[in-house]
Design a protein around this ligand. Structure first.
Ligand code: NDP
Length: 250
């Protein structure tokens, strides 16, 4: 495919938490489809730089911006920097997320505050700031979790609370942004082989037998769903919760 026929040619994307795992795969895929891509990172500057280098080596355009998803001012600044560099944010992928948890009576207020800041406030602020200048044809894509459909094990109540908030935000935001030609969708991954949830790690021992297709997902398989939602092909898809979980919650 030539540069001009790529589905996202001329578009600018911002992927939060794009230094590793699902976010890195999303950034690379959107760049492959022709978008200029900004990624945010927090703790992994070297990995963020490596993602940018890989995109640039493949002929794409990318930049890494340090922005803690739990720091509203930093998130707003990252959106502003993306607009300054690329002229707009046409595609926002709210991917950055953390998974702190434990039995309900042991979760600390500090962990609660961190989870709300990173997984909920960060999503709200990035979205609010991005849509201020987003043009018709824009795309908001949240990364949720299949845990909102099926809680397969204990200790994840706080995590699921944050992902449920994102799913609710997704649903109502559709009404605000539909008239402006902006779609809003959530991809809910099931168990996916990443640093957060490595195949072979403690969670996989519990959920592995429940995978209908018999294996963990790969970050690229979540990225391909995001790429579809970002594409012109998905112009009529808004308010959707798309589960990509290998049948785990079927
Ligand atoms: P990883 O922990 O493997 O990677 C997380 C990414 O988010 C990294 O790039 C990390 O960057 C970034 N990040 C984490 N905290 C912050 C922060 N405070 N500010 C900015 N960036 C941050 O996670 P996954 O790739 O597995 O998860 C990605 C998303 O998918 C999350 O929202 C997660 O909840 C969701 N998900 C994952 C599933 C799975 O099985 N893996 C299943 C369902 C949903 P850095 O290192 O630079 O801080």
């Amino acid at each position: 495919m030539s540069e001009t026929t790529k589905s996202l040619a001329g578009k600018a994307a911002l992927v939060t938490g794009g230094s590793r795992s699902i976010g890195a795969a999303v950034a690379k895929r959107l760049a492959k489809d022709g978008a200029a891509v900004a990624i945010t990172y927090h703790g992994s500057p070297d990995k963020a730089a490596a993602v940018v280098a890989e995109i640039e080596t493949a002929g794409g355009r990318a930049v890494a911006i340090k922005a803690d998803a739990g720091d509203a001012a930093a998130v707003r600044a990252a959106v502003a920097e993306t607009v300054k560099l690329f002229g707009s944010v046409d595609i926002l992928v709210n991917n950055a997320g953390i998974a702190l948890g434990g039995p309900i009576d042991e979760i600390t207020e500090a962990d609660y505050a961190r989870m709300i800041a990173g997984n909920v406030t960060g999503v709200f602020v990035a979205t609010q700031e991005a849509v201020r200048s987003m043009k018709p044809g824009g795309r908001i894509i949240h990364i949720g979790s299949s845990m909102v459909r099926y809680a397969a094990f204990p200790t994840a109540s706080l995590y699921t609370l944050t992902k449920g908030a994102v799913a609710g935000f997704n649903r109502s935001l559709v009404r605000d942004l539909g008239p402006r030609g902006i779609t809003v969708n959530t991809v809910h991954p099931g168990p996916t082989d990443t640093d957060m949830n490595p195949d072979g790690g403690p969670v996989s021992k519990i959920v592995g037998p429940g995978m209908a297709i018999g294996r963990y997902g790969r970050p690229e398989e979540i990225a391909s769903v995001v790429a579809y939602l970002a594409s012109p092909e998905a112009a009529f898809v808004t308010g959707a919760d798309i589960v990509a979980d290998g049948g785990f919650t079927a």
